[in-house]
Design a protein around this ligand. Structure first.
Ligand code: A3P
Length: 331
């Protein structure tokens, strides 16, 4: 299914102009909307989605901050939830994940062409015909999710990455995109770091974003599953089983002994995905023109030590401790 973003907006233009503004990391400014920094074009879509999106009871929503393992989790959730339709065994050349980037199969809510062909009819007709369970992605903070996601039985899976690695990943990603736009100078590590620790980047501050979902996962554990990239890396089998259980489609003993879990993990592994032609030379259906290869850099935990000075380490540790305290990375 072809998805595009037209930038239409069913909202209040004046509101947009009244919001606090800061220079972003690249070509566009960021707007502060309900305490989160959001790009104007995504904010428009977010507001429209907030008002109109109708979640189905069995929808699955994959949520993250950028560069937290979104691509990986989208692939794992898609392969797990749709394993009866698309068998993930390694000989199956037909599996969609072998031919499409996860961002094409699991579209971001805020990037979908939400009007279809009729600008007066915001009913998302093409979304209601997607095969079930529908799997969507979003970077939206918890309070900005559409009402029907909050109020239906649909499931939310959040992936959180340690801010040290997430920052380094974001810095590389942004600079890779900027390097394809020669008029925009790359951000130095120091410039980017100052913005990151102030919380000024798309969907930042990171601590509010993480805490919103962390609390929701504690309050409503059947609704929100909170995963950590680092734990998913360290114990993929255990975490994938936990995810399937949460999605009410636990793996059976036969599936486990028949290698279904291992096949899903292999299909979605960094090495496998990075090597696929579609991820080497394809482009994703995002608003900005991004080659799929930029979603696969190193895929490791701990790469930050190669970039951080002692002073940066101290600053970020302090911010994490002050804002996340014992709840997340110090538990
Ligand atoms: P690095 O830049 O540290 O390598 P997102 O998907 O949210 O944009 O996050 C991108 C990060 O996840 C990148 O981190 C990327 O390499 C890593 N990544 C992508 N696919 C992965 C996979 N299948 N397994 C593990 N990490 C993956």
């Amino acid at each position: 299914e072809k998805l595009s973003l037209k930038g239409n907006f069913d909202g209040d233009e004046e509101l947009l102009h009244s919001l606090p503004k800061q220079k972003g990391w690249g070509a566009y400014d960021l707007l502060l909307f309900q305490n989160f920094w959001i790009a104007p074009f995504y904010l428009k879509a977010t507001i429209t989605f907030l008002k109109h999106f109708q979640a189905k009871q069995n929808d699955i929503i994959v949520v993250s901050l950028p560069k937290s393992g979104t691509t990986w989790l989208k692939a794992l959730a898609f392969a797990t939830a749709k394993r009866n339709r698309f068998i993930p065994i390694s000989q199956n050349d037909d599996h969609p994940l072998l031919h499409s980037n996860p961002h094409s199969l699991v579209p971001f809510l805020e990037m979908i062409d939400f009007y279809g062909n009729d600008p007066n009819n915001i009913s998302f007709p093409h979304l209601s015909t997607l095969s079930e369970p529908r799997v969507f992605g979003t970077h939206m903070p918890f309070p900005l999710l559409p009402h029907s996601i909050h109020n239906s039985n649909c499931k939310i899976i959040y992936i959180c990455r340690n801010p040290f690695d997430a920052f380094i990943s974001l810095w590389h990603f942004k600079n890779n995109i900027l390097s394809s736009q020669p008029l925009l100078p790359a951000l130095t590590l120091e410039e980017a770091f100052e913005k990151y620790i102030e919380g000024t980047f798309d969907y930042g501050p990171f601590w509010s974003h993480m805490l919103g979902y962390w609390k929701a996962s504690k309050d409503t554990p059947n609704k929100v599953l909170f995963l950590k990239y680092d734990e998913l890396k360290a114990n993929t089998n255990f975490e994938v089983k936990r995810m399937a259980q949460f999605l009410d489609c636990p793996f059976t003993e036969e599936e486990e002994s028949g290698g279904v879990i291992d096949s899903i993990i292999e299909l979605c592994s960094f090495g496998k995905m990075k090597g696929l032609e579609v991820n080497k030379s394809g482009k994703s259906v995002l608003k900005v023109d991004v080659g799929n290869k930029h979603f696969f850099r190193k895929g490791e935990t701990g790469d930050w030590v190669n970039y951080f000075s002692p002073c940066m380490t101290e600053k970020l540790s302090k911010i994490i401790e002050e804002n996340l305290g014992s709840s997340l990375y110090f538990e």
